[in-house]
Design a protein. Structure first.
Length: 276
């Protein structure tokens, strides 16, 4: 049986680790050629090598998605290396929490930049490429459906205390998704969103001690207190957090050909949680 994404070219931000890596491996397993991205070269290259070891094709485009020149470089990598562009997954991101009265402008703009401005720039850079491909295909009597999957969060749908910056950015990506679904439908592009609940990654791991990760030169607190983690899991109908592979499965649903007539939608991947 031919893999469902055979011949497709997929760009996935933040795919060196965690959910993004799982998405990259899943799409590659279905035949897609992958442009991997991470802030750091080592995890990006590890994902590339994992895909190649399994018989797939992948290249890395290392760097911050927030950099002004990143979008053109990212899209250019797909076109130059694989001569195409079929799937875009805007996944990169992190949290930098604080209650609103203590939140700095730096914290606010860091979240807007990575979760909202970066996807905007990537989609803006991709539009001329997709338009040209769709025009050529249309003139040849062919219809090729392309996919955009933006990553949101239950925090963007329902709000979450201490995350005014993150929640605002993740709410914004839902609006962008619905708008682009209307703008890009004529090019046979579906644009959808996946809103994650609690997914188990290095950023949400259980830890009783203060732990940080260096993200773009900033030491950002990561991890969840074990007591809080237990309370969170008790509120989830399935009784546990999701795995990166389960999160990737939700994204794959919106990349597969079976979802070719689904657009402008937000799929909640939350283990049954319908509010926070």
């Amino acid at each position: 049986m031919t893999p469902k994404l055979e011949g497709k070219v997929a760009l996935i931000t933040g795919s060196g680790r965690g959910i993004g890596r799982a998405i990259a491996l899943k799409l590659a397993s279905e035949g897609a050629r992958i442009v991997v991205n991470d802030l750091d070269a080592a995890p990006a290259e590890e994902t590339v090598q994992a895909i190649r070891a399994a018989g797939g094709r992948a290249v890395a485009c290392v760097g911050s998605v927030s950099a002004p020149d990143f979008a053109e470089r990212f899209v250019g990598t797909a076109v130059n290396e694989f001569k195409g562009l079929d799937i875009i997954v805007n996944n990169a991101g992190y949290t930098w929490d604080s209650v609103v009265q203590k939140m700095t402008d730096e914290q606010w703009y860091a979240m807007i930049d990575v979760h909202l401005t970066a996807p905007f720039r990537i989609l803006r850079a991709a539009q001329p490429v997709i338009r040209a491909l769709a025009k050529t295909e249309g003139e040849a009597g062919r219809r090729v459906v392309r996919k955009v999957v933006n990553i949101s969060s239950v925090a963007g749908l329902f709000g979450n205390a201490g995350q005014a910056n993150y929640s605002t950015a993740k709410a914004g990506i839902v609006g962008m998704t619905q708008t682009l679904a209307k703008e890009w439908g004529r090019m046979n592009v579906t644009v959808n969103c996946v809103a994650f609940g609690f997914i188990q990654t290095r950023l949400t791991a259980s830890t009783a001690e203060a732990t940080t990760a260096n993200i773009e030169g900033r030491e950002i607190k990561v991890g969840v207190n074990p007591g809080l983690l237990a309370m969170m899991e008790q509120s989830i109908p399935l009784g546990r957090g999701g795995t990166p592979e389960e999160a990737a499965g939700a994204v794959y649903l919106l990349c597969a050909p079976e979802s070719d007539y689904v657009s402008g939608q937000t799929l909640m991947c939350t283990g049954g949680l319908t509010g926070i």
